[in-house]
Design a protein around this ligand. Structure first.
Ligand SMILES: Nc1ncnc2c1ncn2[C@@H]1O[C@H](COP(=O)(O)OP(=O)(O)O)[C@@H](O)[C@H]1O
Ligand SMILES: [Mg+2]
Length: 225
C-alpha cells in the first residue's frame, strides 16, 4: 500500500445553534504518494472542509484519516501542529502573506516554529525562493509583488520545510490566465521533479487539467466517476 492519505467513512458536522449542518458524510478517499489530485465541485460542496481535514487544520466529526499508514490523532493539538509543520504545506487563494515582511521573511516563518538555526533557515529560504523563480525578489514586500509573484512566495513558504504533501485551496482563483499557468506549471514541477504529493481544490477545469486525477464532490460526498 503506497497511500500517503487514506480516508475512511469521514463525516464532518458543524453545530449552528440548535441545528447540525452536515458538511461531509461517508467519504472514502485514497491518495497515492506522488499523485497530483484536483478536487472539484460546486461552491459549498465541502471541498475546503475536506482539504483542511487532510491538512490537519480542521478535525473530522467521525471516520478516520491515515497519513503514511498511521491514523492521524486530531485530539492532541500540540502533536498535530508538529506533525503539520513537518509534513504539510498550505497554499491559499489569497496568499496570506504578512505585509510588513519581505518575501524572504515570509518564507522563513514556518521554520521559526522549528529548532533550526539561522544559517540553515537562510539557506532553506534561498533554495525555496530559487525553486519558485524569485531569487531576485527576496527583499520585496508583498505590496511590491504581482499577484502571481505573491502566490509564488506563498508556495516557497509552503515548501521551505520540505513537506511531502501540499494542499492548495483555489491557488489560482485570484489570478489571470498567464499567472495561473505559471503557478500550475510550478505545482506540476514540484510534483514531477520534487515528488510532492499535491491535493488542489479548484473550480477551474483549466487548472484541474494540470492534475493526474480529478475527484468531484457533491454535497459532502465524492462522485464516483
Ligand atoms: N465553520 C463553519 N461553521 C458552520 N458551517 C460551515 C463552517 N465551515 C463551512 N461550513 C459550511 O460547510 C459547507 C461546505 O463549506 P466548504 O467546505 O467551505 O465548501 P467549498 O469549499 O466546497 O465551497 C458550506 O455549506 C458551509 O456553509
Ligand atoms: Mg472552498
Amino acid at each position: 500500500m503506497n497511500n500517503i492519505v487514506q480516508i475512511r467513512d469521514l463525516g464532518k458536522n458543524y453545530q449552528k445553534g440548535p441545528t447540525t449542518v452536515q458538511v461531509l458524510s461517508g467519504l472514502d478517499l485514497d491518495i497515492e504518494k506522488g499523485e497530483f489530485v484536483a478536487l472539484v465541485g460546486p461552491s459549498g460542496s465541502g471541498k475546503t472542509t475536506l482539504l483542511n481535514i487532510i491538512g490537519g487544520i480542521d478535525a473530522p466529526s467521525s471516520g478516520s484519516v491515515a497519513f503514511d499508514g498511521r491514523e492521524v490523532n486530531y485530539g492532541d493539538d500540540g502533536r498535530l501542529a508538529r506533525w503539520r509543520a513537518e509534513h504539510v504545506g498550505f497554499v491559499f487563494q489569497f496568499y496570506h502573506l504578512l505585509p510588513m515582511l519581505s518575501a524572504m521573511r515570509n518564507v522563513e516563518l514556518p521554520l521559526l516554529l522549528t529548532r533550526m538555526g539561522a544559517a540553515e533557515r537562510q539557506q532553506r529560504c534561498v533554495l525555496a525562493l530559487g525553486l519558485v523563480g524569485l531569487s531576485d525578489r527576496a527583499g520585496h514586500r508583498p505590496a511590491e509583488l504581482s499577484g502571481g509573484e505573491q502566490q509564488r512566495v506563498a508556495i516557497a513558504r509552503a515548501i521551505v520545510s520540505d513537506p511531502g504533501l501540499l494542499v492548495c485551496d483555489e491557488p489560482t482563483g485570484d489570478l489571470d490566465r498567464e499567472s495561473s499557468t505559471q503557478i500550475l506549471q510550478l505545482l506540476r514541477d514540484l510534483n514531477g521533479q520534487h515528488g510532492k504529493t499535491i491535493v488542489m481544490v479548484t473550480h477551474d477545469p483549466y487548472a484541474a487539467a494540470f492534475a493526474d486525477r480529478t475527484v468531484s464532490m457533491e454535497k459532502g460526498k465524492l462522485q464516483v466517476a
